[in-house]
Design a binder for this molecule. Structure first.
Ligand SMILES: Nc1nc2c(ncn2[C@@H]2O[C@H](COP(=O)(O)OP(=O)(O)O)[C@@H](O)[C@H]2O)c(=O)[nH]1
Ligand SMILES: [Mg+2]
Length: 457
């Protein structure tokens, strides 16, 4: 998702980098490229026009702060607009109503409503520890009711039977009554869709909505329909007070334009992404991460800001002094730095802000994070297993000492060797950096210790 957009935008924005000033002229060129990139990603035209106009408004006349290059300033503006467009953070389902909390699903036939009911049930059951009852008000297709029953049985949530002779409103109401009796937390009502928007379908779902007053009305839309997704979203948003969007089949869509269009047109948050046919393939949507990823460079600026704020200033100054005095940056200092990095909003917070490399799957993020966290722990354990003398002067660590340290920290000799090498690189860098001062630079340098960048993705 967003692969092309990411490529195009980061290429475009690279052109701005290094220019002495953001002139009206080079904004014009860059804006045209941004526009092309969005259109190629299949974002709806009105949304593109609006977006580009806003960037232009914001960019022209913006003072470029001293610490940024014009290119960086422009990136910041584009990113701020992206976040504005898509929302700042993930919006959770609002299920704090008196139980049962009712979720109504809306969308065209084939959008993935029934599949999403299964995925949501599983998400609510496993991650939120909720009891769930599902019901199908799709009275036109017996197969659709059966499909939901099978899903419910697989996942182990309650299925409320219905049949094609009943009215959708009656089915939904009966299901909610049953859920109340059984003290079930959440009821998910699946509905019928048509191939195209028509008034009959809209009237029916409006009636169901009025009768059951759901806390969540989720619009399910197929990401692969691109421009059409925008039109469908408009029709449903006009007919129903939607509370959120589920974008499905994102696994098959590299462009990602639908996400921007649907959000812009409905003004409603995308809450989940469907990433496959299986019931576990549902990801909570994080617009801030996606915005960073679209730009392909991550919010390195705010990482640096945060680093400067969170660093223990006293320690930092002491360290700087020590190094200036000509004393080396020893392994005790190295361990301090590792701990500081861990404190910076946890590794998760750090990783969010680092550039995500192309093709990184959102659900892989967790794994990479775990791996980096493990690596940190291991490095700390190794340093802890050294004697104070070894920490002060790693040169004395011979082969037999390495073996002892490896044993003590539950690692391999190679791990110990690698840590010593990383420390050496760090030491070299510290010497260069502290001459000019600045913890921010140091932090940036730390990232380069790790092969392929900090997040090791
Ligand atoms: N690849 C992929 N296929 C999906 C996803 N969500 C649904 N589908 C498939 O899309 C088709 C229609 O889904 P269904 O839930 O029956 O749509 P409904 O008519 O809106 O209820 C089925 O073949 C699903 O397996 C998704 O996130 N990724
Ligand atoms: Mg269905």
């Amino acid at each position: 998702m967003f692969e092309n957009l990411t490529d195009r935008l980061s290429q475009t924005l690279r052109h701005v980098t290094g220019k002495a000033k953001l002139t009206e002229d080079n904004i014009k060129d860059t804006l045209r490229e941004v526009r092309m990139a969005l259109l190629e990603a299949d974002v709806a035209l009105p949304v593109v026009k609006d977006f580009v106009a806003k960037i232009k408004d914001r960019a022209v006349g913006t003072e470029v702060s001293k610490s940024l290059t014009p290119g960086q300033a422009f990136v910041k503006i584009v990113q701020a607009e992206l976040v504005e467009l898509m929302g700042a953070a993930n919006e959770d389902l609002a299920l704090n109503a008196a139980p049962p909390a009712v979720i109504l699903m809306a969308g065209l036939q084939g959008a993935g409503k029934t599949t999403t009911v299964g995925k949501l049930s599983r998400f609510l059951k496993e991650r939120k520890k909720k009891s769930v009852l599902v019901v199908s008000a799709d009275v036109y297709r017996p197969a659709a009711i059966k499909q939901l029953e099978t899903l419910a049985n697989d996942i182990g949530v309650t299925f409320f039977p219905s049949d094609t002779s009943q009215k959708p409103v009656d089915i939904a109401e009966a299901a909610i009554r049953e859920a109340k009796l059984k003290f079930i937390d959440v009821v998910i009502v699946d509905t019928a869709g048509r191939l195209h928007v028509d008034t009959e379908m809209m009237d029916e779902i409006k009636q169901v909505h009025a009768a059951i007053k759901p806390v969540e009305t989720l619009f399910v839309v197929d990401a692969m329909t691109g421009q059409d997704a925008a039109n469908t979203a408009k029709a449903f948003n006009d007919a129903l007070p939607l509370t959120g969007v589920v974008l499905t089949k994102v696994d098959g869509d590299a462009r990602g334009g639908a996400a921007l269009s649907v959000r812009a047109i409905t003004g409603k948050p995308i809450k989940f992404l469907g990433m496959g046919e299986k019931t576990e393939a549902l990801d909570p949507f994080h617009p801030d991460r996606v915005a960073s990823r679209i730009l392909g460079m991550g919010d390195v600026l705010s990482l640096i800001e945060q680093a400067e704020q969170t660093m223990d200033r006293e320690k930092a100054e002491k360290l700087a002094k020590k190094i200036k005095k000509g004393k080396g940056f020893d392994l005790e200092d190295f361990r301090d730095q590792l701990q500081q990095m861990k404190n910076m909003g946890g590794l998760g917070g750090l990783m969010d802000k680092l550039p995500m490399l192309g093709g990184v799957n959102l659900s892989q993020m967790g794994n990479a994070q775990n791996a980096a966290e493990k690596q940190f722990k291991q490095m700390e354990a190794i340093i802890n297993s050294m004697t104070p003398a070894e920490r002060r002067d790693p040169e004395v660590i011979s082969g037999s000492r390495k073996r002892r340290i490896a044993l003590g920290s539950g690692t391999q000799v190679q791990d110990v060797g690698r840590l010593i090498k990383q420390h050496k690189q760090m030491q070299k860098m510290m010497k260069k950096v502290t001459a000019k001062g600045g913890m921010a630079k140091m932090m940036r340098g730390m990232g380069s210790m790790f092969p392929g960048g900090m997040p090791k993705m």
